[in-house]
Structure formats: structure tokens, C-alpha cells
Design a protein around this ligand. Structure first.
Ligand code: NAG
Ligand code: NAG
Ligand code: NAG
Ligand code: NAG
Ligand code: NAG
Ligand code: NAG
Ligand code: NAG
Ligand code: NAG
Ligand code: NAG
Ligand code: NAG
Length: 629
């Protein structure tokens, strides 16, 4: 790689929206770099000339950019001179661009307070300012490269070739045919794995044609050092940028179209239908529809469930869980049950759905809520679970009085139980089930506070669009979501490990990780990390915990290992179980977690820190490489 270590000292951030009510759009995340080190520009202070120049700069950039989504200029004089640039994606209209710029001016002061040099980069626009004058050249620095964590599985060389061809044609189009130096393009009919590949190239309009051409060529020439075999990648510099994905990410028709009619090799293996899922899921998919003859033993009549729940009477309602309302019921044999009335359409046929539900029903573990029966009649899709008397972990943990009932012994029991339940789902049961929405309110507490995981196996039934568009269908709860899942809809057993880590830290601190709702929540990943680094970890633990310091430290360390930003670095659940059960096994030093910061009322950001830069791999979605050639 051609990146200097010095640049890795940059802080680097990724952001996702976090509106709990709306599905995620990975298109909304952003990065920022707050830099005072690599540029040696330092910080400014409140009421300084630099601050007022910066505000002037924002105003000028804002008004100068209205006509073509671009502006660059300076404000003030040396030594307080500040230089800035903004660029909006070429397919967007003036109002969208203006909103994006306003957001960036607002965000950059929040995220990089007092930094004299900072970069704010969104999918729709970016801005950069510095106390160093950088407009005398068209050097494309700072520069950020990102690639998807996931690989093309079928003929990656052909995929790379198609991307290269697309990039080259878009480059020509942007230079010869666009006044904005902008082009989008697609490769159609590519493969059964990816029908279409979408791409984009753009230069700032202040460049000459030949400057734009060499800027783009430089990016494209080095692109495949990182992007090779990846299902999506981009490099963003301040003067030009390129990107491709296997889902549409820009507006309007594509300017370049390359028809790459699928070679009709009937001998070619049918690729698995899901492009972004992990091997774990393939295992699920590959699993034959087992034991269909057993299906009947799990079926339960609608009339029985209606009777049990008094016809789903409001007064029997236990709550609204993920995927539907839950009612308490009593079966004729006296068994207490909780009936989940699935409200969403799975898009699957009844027969497939029934088989899937039965597969879920077959999971049996003392730390999973047991499914008692499945009902699919008419429009109704119902799952009957064993009734778990004590409510969820969340109702204890996040209530100042009830939390006191959770002494260290009980908390340890809960932590161990959840770990074992997850391990079973991931590794021990016949299938591999990724939960995707593990959180305190999904941990029910049985007798003697034995934890039971609920809602497992449902995310995959109801939320996975089995295409690359899964990115916009992310389910899960903000605050527990792993960055690769939140941003790209890419999940794996390691995204569950992330959620487990968040849960573990919540149990230890007695506080909710909710950076979204800034008023009530707190970013416990950041605060835990800060205390960890400072060696003051016990200060941030739940004061009610009466446990030996070394145990706390060990548990915090395990939690931090689970929330590491790179999924590869996170342990598996069986490793976690081993770490939890032994006081002697030595633990690795965790790297800085993906941090959550708040942004307005509805969004958050995740920081990817340069602190782990030395482990950066080319294959990592969250690998952020900053540098200049
Ligand atoms: C600038 O301020 C930030 C906090 O706002 C601090 O982390 C950073 O170290 C400062 N940089 C310098 C060079 O003082
Ligand atoms: C900055 O200026 C404002 C208004 O002039 C004043 O109220 C505030 O105290 C100043 N802050 C500092 C840190 O000087
Ligand atoms: C804004 O436009 C004016 C007039 O073209 C120019 O003099 C100034 O440098 C520009 N400033 C910025 C920050 O773009
Ligand atoms: C700009 O584009 C957005 C969609 O990106 C659209 O909702 C909006 O109506 C457009 N505004 C104008 C003024 O065309
Ligand atoms: C992608 O391929 C690289 C090797 O080229 C491998 O290290 C990485 O784990 C793969 N990623 C996934 C998600 O399989
Ligand atoms: C278009 O741009 C390319 C450079 O990317 C150049 O080689 C070519 O001559 C230009 N003109 C036409 C008509 O394609
Ligand atoms: C692009 O520009 C070239 C000349 O520079 C022209 O021959 C070609 O037709 C244009 N393509 C489109 C799609 O407009
Ligand atoms: C290629 O894709 C287009 C739609 O993108 C479709 O209309 C066309 O039939 C496809 N051609 C072949 C040969 O599959
Ligand atoms: C539903 O519950 C209410 C009390 O909340 C009761 O009055 C009503 O009779 C119940 N309906 C049925 C059908 O059992
Ligand atoms: C519910 O939890 C309490 C501890 O808060 C415990 O004493 C009680 O036994 C539990 N109830 C049941 C039915 O398990």
C-alpha cells in the first residue's frame, strides 16, 4: 500500500442515520477527519479571528455553490486565513445540495470543534477546510479509500474487469460530455449474482479537462490495489472521486451503459441468491428443507390460539415486539404461552414460511425462548412461545430501582447465559442463525433470572430481501448495531458479537448505550474506551456492582473485544464463552471501538479510529485509508 503511516494518525469517522422508525439507508452515512496533527495546523479558540473567518468562509461557500454545487475559496488573511472547498454529487439538484452543505457546516463544527483543518464527507457532498492554502494545486489529498468487506464470489476477475471498463468509460464521458465533470454508469446483465454494477466518477469543475483526466486516471490506476474482488468500493479525494456498488446509489438515468450479457454457460454453478450474506447464511440456505414430515408436530390451530388469548384481546397484550404484537395466552392443558402475531409480510410462500418457522421452532436451548408452536392460517402468521414470567433485562437494567435487584452474581449469570444462547445459535445448532437484533429488551428473564434470548430467527424471515438491496433493509436497534451492518446491511455472526459486546458493557455500567437520543442516552462505548485507556475503568462501572476489580476489568475487556470495529478482530461466541468462563486465559488488548456520536436528533456517527490502523487490511469494509501519493 502506498500510504504513509503518518496519515494514519488522522481520525476517521463513519456515520449512519439512526432513526429507529425508519429503515436504514446506508446512503446517509458520512465520514469526517478532524486533523491537527498531520497538517500541524493545530486548534483555534473561541472568539478568535480564525473562528470568525471560518464562519465567513461557510457563508461564502454556501452562496457561491448555489449555481453548480461547487465552491472553493478563502477567507481572511495569514495567519488566520482559512481555505475551503465544497462539492455536491453531480446528479443532485440545488436544494438537495444546499441542504447537504448546510448539514456539513453544522456537523463539522460539532464533530471537529476548534480544529483548524477538517474534512466532512457524505454520500451527497463534502466539505474540507484548512488553515493551509491548498488551492494552488489540484493534488487530490486528503484522500480516503473504502471497500466493502464482502467479496465477489463468482468469477471476481470478470467482475473487476467489468468495473475497470465501466470506470474508463465513465471517465471519458465525464471529461468529454459533461460540463460538471460528472458521470454515472452501469454494467447491465452482468451475472446472476449481480445483475447490475453501478458506478460514478466526478471531478471538481475548477479543473481543466486534462487535470480531471489525470486525477481520475490516477485513482483508477490504483483502485484495484484495494477494490479487487470487492462488491463495492470508492476512493474520495478532494478534487476527484470514484465509486461503484452493486446497488443503485445515484439519481437519474445512467450516462454510460455497458451491456455485459451474461455468458450462457449452462454448466456454470448457480450462484447463491444472496450476495451480501455471510457463509453462515449460506449454510442456512444450503440446508435442505429438513424433516418436512416433522412440520406437523409444530403446527397449532388458529382456533386454539384464539381461545388461548381471548381472541387476541387487548387486555392480554403483553406488548409490541419486533415483527408484531405479543399476547399472553393459556393453552387448554394449562400451559402459559406468549403468542407473537407476526404483522409483516415475509414475501415467502406459505409452505416456505412454514418450513422456516419450524426450523426456528426446532432450536432448543435453555437460553433461548422455546417455540411451542407455529400457526399459518389465512392471513394469520403466529408463533407461540413458552411464557417467560420476569420481563426483559431492559426493564431491570434501565430502571434505577429495579437495577438494584441485579447483583453481580445475577449479572454474571445473565452474561454467561446470553453468550451460551448465542453460541448455540451461531455454532452448535444444526443451522446457523444470526439474530441481528440482540438487545436488552430481547433478553427475557426466567426463573432465577436465567436469561432467554427472544426473537431469534425472525429477522431473516421477514427482513432480508434476498438481493444486494438488502442494504436499505437493515433491521436492528441503533446502539447495538455493528457498523458494517448499520452502514451496508452486511451482517454476520460477528455483527451479533458486536451487539453482545454493547449489551455486556450496558450490564456492567448499568447504562443504556443510546447516543441517538442524546438527551437521555449516552455513548457508553466512547466513555468506556476513554476510561479504559486512562486506567480508570472502575469509575464508569455501575456503582451498585459489588465485585472484585479484576473481574470487572476482565469483563470490560471482553466487551471491548466484541465491539471492535473490524469484524475480523471480534472473537467468536465460543471464544467469548471460554473467555468468560476462565479467569486465567489471557485476553488480547482491544482496539478502539466503533464509536457512536450523536448528530442532531436522528442520526449518529461511528468513528473508525486510526488507532487500529496497523491492522488495516485491504479486505475490510471499514478500512479507512487516508493518504496522499
Ligand atoms: C484540538 O482540540 C481537540 C479537542 O477539541 C484535541 O483533542 C486536540 O488534541 C487538539 N489539538 C491540538 C493540536 O491542540
Ligand atoms: C466570546 O464572545 C461572547 C460575545 O462577545 C462572550 O459572551 C463570550 O464570553 C466570549 N467567550 C470567550 C471564551 O471569550
Ligand atoms: C465566492 O465567490 C466570489 C466571487 O466569485 C469569490 O471572490 C470568492 O473567493 C468566493 N469565495 C468562496 C469561499 O468560494
Ligand atoms: C430535488 O431532489 C429531491 C430528490 O433527491 C426531490 O425530493 C426534490 O423535490 C427536488 N427538488 C427540486 C426543487 O426539484
Ligand atoms: C474476502 O477475501 C479476503 C481474501 O482475499 C478474505 O481475507 C476475506 O475474509 C474475505 N471476506 C469475506 C467476507 O469473506
Ligand atoms: C474523450 O476522452 C478521452 C479521454 O478519457 C479521450 O481519449 C478521447 O479522445 C476524448 N474524445 C472522444 C471523442 O472520445
Ligand atoms: C460525447 O462526446 C463526444 C464528443 O466529445 C460525442 O461524439 C459523443 O456523441 C458524446 N456522447 C454522448 C452520449 O453524448
Ligand atoms: C439486459 O438487461 C436489460 C435491462 O437492464 C433487459 O431489458 C435486457 O433484456 C437484458 N438483455 C439480456 C440479453 O439479458
Ligand atoms: C376483552 O377484555 C375486556 C377487558 O379488558 C373484556 O371486557 C372483554 O369482554 C374481553 N373480550 C373478550 C372477547 O373476551
Ligand atoms: C423474577 O425475578 C425475581 C428477582 O427480581 C426473582 O426473585 C423471582 O423469582 C423471579 N420470578 C420468577 C417467576 O422467576
Amino acid at each position: 500500500m502506498h500510504f504513509s503511516i503518518g496519515f494514519l494518525l488522522f481520525l476517521f469517522y463513519l456515520t449512519v442515520p439512526a432513526n429507529a422508525d425508519q429503515p436504514f439507508h446506508s446512503e446517509d452515512y458520512f465520514y469526517y477527519i478532524c486533523d491537527s496533527i498531520s497538517t500541524s495546523t493545530g486548534n483555534y479558540t473561541t472568539n478568535s479571528t480564525y473562528q470568525s473567518n471560518l464562519n465567513q468562509l461557510f457563508l461564502a461557500l454556501d452562496s457561491n455553490s448555489t449555481s453548480n454545487g461547487f465552491a472553493a475559496g478563502t477567507s481572511g488573511t495569514v495567519p488566520d486565513k482559512v481555505t475551503g472547498i465544497v462539492l455536491c454529487r453531480g446528479d443532485l439538484n440545488a436544494s438537495t445540495c444546499s441542504a447537504c452543505f448546510s448539514q456539513s457546516f453544522h456537523d463539522i463544527l460539532n464533530f471537529c470543534p476548534y480544529y483548524k483543518t477538517a474534512l466532512m464527507w457524505y454520500n451527497k457532498c463534502y466539505m474540507y477546510f484548512s488553515s493551509k492554502y491548498f488551492l494552488s494545486s489540484v493534488a487530490n489529498s486528503p484522500q480516503v479509500s473504502l471497500m466493502n468487506y464482502y467479496n465477489v464470489t463468482v468469477d471476481p476477475a470478470r467482475f473487476d474487469h467489468a468495473v475497470a471498463q465501466l470506470m474508463s468509460q465513465m471517465k471519458s464521458w465525464a471529461i468529454n460530455n459533461s460540463t460538471k465533470f460528472f458521470a454515472t454508469g452501469e454494467v447491465t446483465n452482468f451475472s446472476t449474482e449481480f445483475t447490475t454494477i453501478y458506478g460514478l466518477v466526478q471531478c471538481t469543475p475548477d479543473m481543466t479537462k486534462s487535470q480531471c483526466q489525470s486525477c481520475l486516471e490516477d485513482l483508477i490506476d490504483h483502485f484495484f490495489e484495494h477494490a479487487s474482488g470487492k462488491i463495492g468500493a470508492r476512493t474520495i479525494g478532494i478534487h476527484c472521486n470514484i465509486r461503484y456498488e452493486t446497488y443503485p446509489f445515484y439519481e437519474g438515468p445512467s450516462m454510460v451503459q455497458i451491456d455485459s450479457t451474461i455468458p450462457s454457460q449452462s454448466a456454470a454453478p448457480t450462484p447463491r441468491p444472496v450476495s451480501v450474506l455471510t457463509p453462515a447464511i449460506n449454510k442456512e440456505n444450503d440446508n435442505p428443507k429438513t424433516n418436512i414430515e416433522n412440520v406437523d408436530s409444530f403446527l397449532i390451530d388458529l382456533s386454539t390460539l384464539k381461545e388461548a388469548t381471548l381472541n387476541f384481546n387487548e387486555s392480554n397484550k403483553l406488548g409490541e415486539g419486533g415483527f408484531g404484537a405479543v399476547y399472553k395466552g393459556i393453552l387448554p392443558n394449562g400451559q402459559e404461552i406468549a403468542v407473537k402475531r407476526l404483522s409483516q409480510n415475509s414475501g415467502q410462500g406459505v409452505k416456505e414460511l412454514k418450513n422456516e418457522l419450524v426450523l426456528v421452532a426446532k432450536l432448543q436451548h435453555k437460553n433461548l425462548v422455546q417455540v411451542v408452536g407455529v400457526c399459518l392460517e389465512g392471513q394469520e402468521k403466529l408463533l407461540a412461545y413458552e411464557f417467560v414470567p420476569n420481563r426483559s433485562l431492559g426493564t431491570f437494567l434501565f430502571d434505577n430501582e429495579r437495577r438494584q435487584e441485579l447483583d453481580w452474581r445475577k449479572r454474571k449469570r445473565i452474561i454467561n447465559g446470553v453468550a451460551r444462547g448465542l453460541q448455540y445459535m451461531h455454532e452448535d445448532c444444526q443451522l446457523t442463525i444470526v439474530h441481528r437484533d440482540l438487545k436488552a429488551s430481547n433478553i427475557l428473564l426466567g426463573s432465577d433470572m436465567n436469561p432467554k434470548i427472544s426473537d431469534f430467527g425472525l429477522a431473516r424471515l421477514f427482513q432480508v430481501d434476498q438481493t444486494a438491496h438488502a442494504t436499505s433493509r437493515v433491521v436492528g436497534t441503533y446502539g447495538y448495531m455493528a457498523p458494517e451492518y448499520a452502514m451496508h446491511g452486511l451482517y454476520s455472526i460477528k455483527s451479533d458479537v458486536f451487539s453482545f459486546g454493547v449489551l455486556l458493557l450496558e450490564i456492567l455500567t448499568g447504562r443504556r448505550n443510546s447516543a441517538v437520543d442524546g438527551e437521555h442516552g449516552e455513548d457508553i462505548l466512547s466513555s468506556t474506551w476513554e476510561h479504559w485507556v486512562a486506567g480508570t475503568i472502575t469509575d464508569t462501572m455501575d456503582p451498585q456492582l459489588d465485585c472484585p476489580t479484576n473481574e470487572v476489568i476482565r469483563h470490560v475487556q471482553i466487551g471491548l473485544l466484541c465491539v471492535q470495529e473490524d469484524p475480523i478482530n471480534r472473537p467468536s461466541m465460543s471464544e467469548v464463552v471460554i473467555m468468560l468462563s476462565s479467569n486465567t486465559i489471557s485476553l488480547e488488548a482491544p482496539s478502539k471501538p466503533a464509536l457512536y456520536l450523536r448528530r442532531g436528533g436522528s442520526s449518529i456517527s461511528q468513528s473508525l479510529s486510526g488507532g487500529r490502523s496497523l491492522q488495516m487490511s485491504q479486505n475490510d469494509i471499514s478500512t479507512a485509508q487516508l493518504g496522499a501519493r
